[in-house]
Design a protein around this ligand. Structure first.
Ligand SMILES: Nc1nc2c(ncn2[C@@H]2O[C@H](COP(=O)(O)OP(=O)(O)O)[C@@H](O)[C@H]2O)c(=O)[nH]1
Ligand SMILES: [Mg+2]
Length: 238
């Protein structure tokens, strides 16, 4: 069994090596780590490159065109599938997602096809997030759940563990979100294909180093993408 951990990065030089070391310490069998970096000006890719020179299980996917969290995630998924992944874990680089949950996420794949590290189920916690950010996330979540008809409680979680079949069947290569709405696009398409989705509680800790890339334009594009996904579904295109 090969488990690929796929991490999209943009300007994460203060976080990425700490995260990779934490993941390696888990000693997961058949582990590969793929960092999908959009040629970050802060040199994140150089750090990953030098780590990958010492450890062949660390891969740098350096992207120089079509920047964006969504496109990077899409290419990261495709890379994992092409390199023989059985299980794919997707997570942020900013240490908001603690790798300690990865082994239980993998175990939970016995009971579902897609496991979400969730901030909105019993036992979950959010640490260090501003009130404004919580409110934005709360309403975004409500909107996504209503428009897309999802029963998932945390539709914004980018900490997820997939059986490879999920990414194959939703045609990872054809994912179309440029930005962070890829999170909802993947979730909605997996839901439409009938895959079983399960949430497990996590403690989410807001980043302490580097800055968030989620601004108003990305948020607006995300809301629009959710509507577009709904329209495409109504029209029978997905
Ligand atoms: N490759 C790539 N990664 C990105 C981009 N924007 C954000 N990311 C990564 O996506 C993850 C989540 O981004 P973040 O800025 O923390 O968003 P937030 O958690 O919603 O505030 C982090 O690992 C970022 O480095 C991008 O344009 N390209
Ligand atoms: Mg973050």
């Amino acid at each position: 069994m090969k488990t690929f951990v796929m991490i999209p990065t943009y300007n994460e030089r203060e976080n990425i090596s700490i995260l990779i070391d934490k993941i390696l310490k888990l000693k997961i069998n058949g582990l590969e780590i793929v960092v999908a970096d959009d040629n970050s000006p802060d040199g994140t890719a150089d750090i990953v490159k030098s780590m990958s020179n010492k450890n062949k299980n660390i891969h740098l996917l350096l992207r120089t065109k079509d920047k964006g969290r969504g496109y990077a995630g899409r290419d990261g998924f495709v890379y994992c599938l092409r390199h023989g992944a059985d299980i794919i874990v997707e997570m942020d680089a900013d240490l908001s997602h603690d790798p300690k949950y990865i082994p239980s996420m993998i175990k939970e794949l016995k009971n579902a096809d897609l496991i979400l590290g969730s901030r909105r189920v019993e036992g979950a916690e959010e640490v260090g997030r501003s009130f404004v950010r919580r409110i934005v996330t709360h309403f975004a979540n409500l909107y996504i759940r209503v428009v897309l008809g999802l029963r998932v409680r945390d539709c914004n979680s980018g900490f997820r563990c997939f059986k490879k079949e999920v990414l194959e069947r939703i045609k990872a290569k054809k994912l179309e979100s440029r930005g962070p709405s890829i999170v909802q696009e993947v979730l909605f398409k997996a839901h439409l294909k009938g895959f079983m989705i399960k949430e497990i509680p996590i403690t989410f800790t807001d980043r302490t180093k580097g800055v968030s890339k989620l601004g108003l334009p990305q948020l607006a594009a995300g809301y629009f993408m959710v509507l577009k996904l709904k329209m495409m579904h109504i029209l029978g295109l997905i």
